[in-house]
Design a protein around this ligand. Structure first.
Ligand code: P6P
Length: 342
């Protein structure tokens, strides 16, 4: 088969064509990813208008999580739905902003994929002009299912055929994996296309940088407290090295930094709400990020087991997240596993 180029600087379209030639994606999945990228371009345009676009502030509605929606949350959700309805590659889609999945209306041709997304993650940062992002995950629709329901989405992260995110920062960068490495594409605003700027991203296996919301410390279970106390003890402590901390409170921005220079991102379960296993959502935040991170040589667990192996039971279920530099995630997970009640 034709060996694709190993260069960067190629367009997203060319990268996807070469992945199709290599047998890594089929035409339908390639076209679905192009549709998602086009929707992210529109969201980038809306986000970058800021106060000039009359899109800041609250929408005056709450989402399924009971969180106040920002106008841009609703707008981004609508952009992703509209772009995917007529595309013909989807059987159904699910969003953080909607209670249940949404089948593609019968007036449009249907495809064999299920798309999940958090249309604008970290949206509380928009009004203070801090980077936000779109996270997406693609699953196969089970054979013979023409009217998918939430249950058909409940597949483990290992079933993803594609996943990624777009970070709307100083530059707009789409990070994507189709299971053959993780690559980054920067939006060229003049030409309106995504250009590959990093191929085969590799997360450093060691790190001296952790990302956690320290204000929750008094709510953590003992393993998490011990792990972080040892990080804070620095060179003279059990870890034998000093650590730095970064917390943007926008998962996409924190994960992108980790993908770029290493680090560990942690949102653990805590005693604030013992019924919740964590704050972040498994299906459209943790799983796509875990796929991207693993394909870049990193690791992702819930403190005890590999995130991608978790069998979901609810569309909006939450999970604890430990992800990033492989060896650091292993250390943090060991603190938890060893503390696990026998
Ligand atoms: P906290 C944003 O609301 C989000 O879902 C993630 O993007 C982010 O990592 C986390 O919550 C921030 O949570 O409790 O620090 O505000």
């Amino acid at each position: 088969t034709h060996r694709g180029t190993r260069e960067t600087g190629i367009s997203l379209t060319r990268y996807l064509i070469e992945e199709q030639r290599a047998g890594h994606v089929c035409a339908d999945l390639r076209l679905l990813i192009e549709v998602v990228a086009r929707a992210c371009k529109s969201i980038s345009h809306a986000v970058s208008k800021g106060a000039l676009g009359n899109v800041l502030g609250d929408a005056g509605t709450d989402n399924v999580q009971g969180e106040a929606q920002k106008k841009l949350d609703v707008l981004s959700n609508e952009i992703l739905i509209e772009a995917n309805e007529w595309g013909g590659h989807l059987a159904a889609l699910a969003s953080e902003e909607m209670d249940h999945c949404q089948a593609i209306p019968n007036v449009y041709p249907k495809g064999n994929y299920l798309l999940l997304f958090d249309p604008l993650d970290g949206s509380s940062n928009i009004d203070v002009n801090i980077s936000v992002g779109t996270i997406f995950s693609v699953l196969r629709c089970p054979d013979g299912v023409t009217q998918p329901t939430d249950e058909h989405f409940l597949q483990p992260g290992t079933a993803q055929v594609a996943a990624g995110y777009t970070v709307y920062g100083p530059s707009t960068v789409l990070v994507l994996t189709v299971g053959h490495g993780t690559h980054a594409f920067t939006l060229d605003r003049e030409q309106g296309g995504f250009v590959m700027t990093q191929r085969d991203i590799r997360i450093p296996e060691e790190t001296q940088e952790f990302a956690v919301n320290m204000s929750n410390m008094r709510h953590w279970y003992p393993p998490m407290r011990r792990y972080v106390e040892d990080l804070l003890a620095g060179k003279t402590g059990p870890r034998g090295k000093d650590f730095n901390m970064r917390w943007v409170a926008s998962m996409v921005a924190d994960v992108h930094r980790i993908l770029t220079r290493g680090g560990i991102f942690i949102y653990p379960r805590d005693t604030k709400d013992p019924d919740k296993p964590g704050k972040l959502r498994l299906m459209y935040e943790a799983n796509p990020m875990a796929f991207v991170v693993e394909q870049a040589g990193g690791a992702a667990t819930n403190g005890y087991e590999r995130l991608l192996d978790i069998q979901p039971s609810k569309l909006h279920q939450r999970v604890a997240v430990f992800l990033g530099s492989k060896n650091e995630v292993a250390v943090a997970t060991r603190y938890h596993r060893e503390a696990q009640p026998a």
